[in-house]
Design a binder for this molecule. Sequence first.
Ligand code: KIV
Length: 287
Amino acid sequence: MAANNNQRVTIPALQSKKENKEKITALTAYDFPIARIVDDAGIDLVLVGDSLGMVVLGYDNTMPVTMDEMIHHTKPVVRAVKRALVIGDMPYFSFHLSTEESVFNASRFIKEAGAQGVKIEGASKKRLKLIESLVEAEIPVMGHVGLTPQSIHHIGQFKVKGSEKGEARKVIQDAVNLEKAGVFAVILECIPMELAGIITEKLKVPTIGIGAGPRCDGQILVFHDLVGYSSGYLPKFVKKYADLHGIISQAVGKYKEDVQKGVFPDDEHSYHLKPEAARLLKKIRKA
Ligand code: KIV
């Protein structure tokens, strides 16, 4: 069953897009108004990514983001979205504890926030076991391989993963292992397009690329990068479709100028007394 524009996007509907060779569209969102815009545009999957930490909360990387922050931001996204699949991103150290604690944290996205699944970075043996436990607990999981931003302290900087033979083999194996563990889709981040093509052919579940070229089954971008809302560095793979930072800066500058010059608020943006009240106040003023 393919997803149409009004039907709620389910995991089977998302997966059938791969079979039907229809591209999957995905974006991040972290609040109500943006999630509403993204959903109204007919985007299939909304990820409440831990990129929240960098683009909204002002952290240098995603590591400080907490479970409570993720739940707080997932709730308004769920309230806004009527059609898309909403996935919550497990933040650093929310799934590195015991299986019980990790499964409990994942369940908060479903029970407390109302999301339909979670995303987890990495494919270590321990991670694969946890994914099996999550699937067993009826929590759908999206995998994430290639560049995994939560490994920033290991890798030192965000860079392309899998350009060399050994690393490429490892990324393929990671994706295959994730599929075996039961993920419903895999994010491929910042890997060569040829490698993404091979993985996409190998897997039955959809691949969703970010910086992984056109051969993936779908694409995801960070919303703030796409609309030019972020002010910092943008990686090569980002296509900026608008300059919101410029538009908003201009509006704020003009507001400041108008207030300083006394041009705002003008008559059009002010209220008036009713005539009898105006007459009464005039009398009081004179008395
Ligand atoms: O946190 C995030 O936004 C992500 C996407 C970049 C896939 O993980």
